[in-house]
Design a protein around this ligand. Structure first.
Ligand SMILES: C[S@@+](CC[C@H](N)C(=O)[O-])C[C@H]1O[C@@H](n2cnc3c(N)ncnc32)[C@H](O)[C@@H]1O
Length: 191
């Protein structure tokens, strides 16, 4: 293996699949058509990928009210970027009024129960929002997330799944109640 093959191999081994899928999906969307983005369930990974690819686009970063874990972790990004608005809202309780070109639910759905909501209710609220593109990324192993529920909701709401992506992490990530080896992602378009 030469040096460049080795560094590529190392990057694939250490980068997390959910980050790679988000990066790939955002690169598939034509930049000139994008003027607004909602990071629904914000955090350092999703916000850093979004701002690196869409540096001039206004981003609403929604976190559950009082979720200091996430508010503090994105501070180093939000403090230096006037395009980002941090919004503390319960997506299941408060209506998100805006219209967005892209809505990103990156590792959001698995946390529904953490804040007293159900996976089905949170998914329904996300699907019902106004967007051109919706990106959903989660772990296949997360017992709180039902991939089949996402497919059914897309069919029911006449949404097109433009891309479906799966990634096997060489270094599984250990969460509170599961070990995440595989990520999956859906790039969805409103018809
Ligand atoms: C695992 S973190 C997401 C990770 C984040 N996308 C990243 O890249 O680090 C889950 C996020 O969803 C948010 N969240 C969970 N349930 C929510 C709800 N009902 N309304 C709004 N935000 C919610 C949490 O506050 C947190 O920001």
């Amino acid at each position: 293996m030469n040096t460049s093959e080795y560094s590529r191999e190392l990057a694939v081994r250490t980068m997390k699949g959910h980050r790679i899928i988000l990066n790939d999906f955002l690169n598939l969307i034509k930049r000139e058509n994008i003027t607004s983005i909602l990071d629904a369930g914000s955090g350092r990974t999703s916000l850093s990928v979004i701002t690196s690819l869409f540096s001039d686009v206004p981003v609403d970063a929604v976190v559950y009210p009082g979720d200091l874990r996430k508010i503090n972790s994105i501070k180093e990004i939000t403090d230096h970027n006037q395009n980002i608005s941090v919004i503390e809202k319960d997506i299941c309780g408060d209506t998100i009024i805006g219209e967005y070109d892209i809505i990103i639910a990156h590792l959001l759905l698995g946390e529904a129960a953490k804040f007293g909501n159900t996976f089905e209710d949170l998914l329904e609220k996300i699907i019902a929002m106004k967007y051109k593109y919706l990106i959903i990324i989660d772990y296949l192993e997360d017992p709180a997330v039902k991939e089949s529920g996402i497919i059914k909701m897309c069919e029911k709401n006449n949404l097109a799944v433009v891309y479906r992506s799966y990634f096997t992490n060489q270094e599984p990530q250990v969460w509170e109640n599961f070990t995440g080896t595989h990520n999956f992602g859906y790039l969805i378009k409103r018809l």
